[in-house]
Design a protein around this ligand. Sequence first.
Ligand code: IPE
Ligand code: IPE
Ligand code: MG
Length: 230
Amino acid sequence: MISPSHIAIIMDGNGRWGLKKYNDRNKGHYYGLLNINKVIEHCIKIKIKYLTLYTFSTENWNRPKKEIDYLFFLFKFFYKKNFNKLNKNNIKIKFIGDLKNIPKDLKIIIKKIEDKTKNNDAITVIFAFNYGAKSELVNAFKNIIKNKTKVYEINEELINNYLYTNNIPDPDILIRTGGEKRLSNFLLWQLSYAELFFINKNWPDFNFFDLKKVIKAFGVTKRKFGGLNE
Ligand code: IPE
Ligand code: IPE
Ligand code: MG
C-alpha cells in the first residue's frame, strides 16, 4: 500500500447542496466551510502532510456580487474564528493565488496567519484563493523574464520555483466533489501525475469514510510515471 503525502481538493457542489436543502446557495457555502475543519482533522489523523483546498477561483469573479461578497465574508469569518485552534493544533497555513484584487483587510489577515503559523508542522493547509492555474503561469513567466533569465537556464525545476507552490511537492491525489469531471483551472502544472477521484457527493456531505475510500483506492494504484512498474 502506498500513502499520499499531498491531497488537493476541488470543493464543489456547495451551491447545489444549499439550494436543495435551504433554497439558498449561500447556506451551502456556510456548511461547506464548516466541513473544511473536519476534513483537516481527518487528514492530520491519517498523516497527510499537505492539503490544498480550492476556495475561490479567478473565474469565480463571474458570479453575482451578492455571492462573491458572502464568500469573502465567510473567508474572513473562517480565519478569525479558527485561527487560534488551527495554530494550537500545529497547522501551518499558506495561501496561493493572486492577492492583487483582494480587499486590503483580508490581505492583512492572510499575511498574519501565514506568518504566525509558519513554524507549525502537523500539516500544511494551502488555501487556493483567487487562484487560477493559467494566471499562475502567466505570473511565473513574467517574473522569469523580469529576472533576465537566460534561455539555457529554463527547465522544469526553474519553472516550479516561480509557481505559487514552490517548495511544495506536487499533489498525489486530486479529489473533486460535486460530480463534475473537470479541473476548472486548478493546479494544471502540478497535477500532471496526480491520481484523479471524482466523487458524486456535494462538498458539505463529503466525510471521513469518503476520504478513507479514496486513500484505499490510491493505496493499490500502480503509479508508473511513464515507466513499466516492474
Ligand atoms: C464550490 O461550490 C465553492 C466555490 C466555487 C466557492 P459551488 O458554489 O461551485 O457549488 P455548485 O457547483 O454551484 O453547486
Ligand atoms: C471550482 O468550482 C472552483 C472552486 C471549487 C473554488 P466551480 O464551480 O467554480 O467550477 P466550474 O464553474 O463548475 O467549472
Ligand atoms: Mg461549482
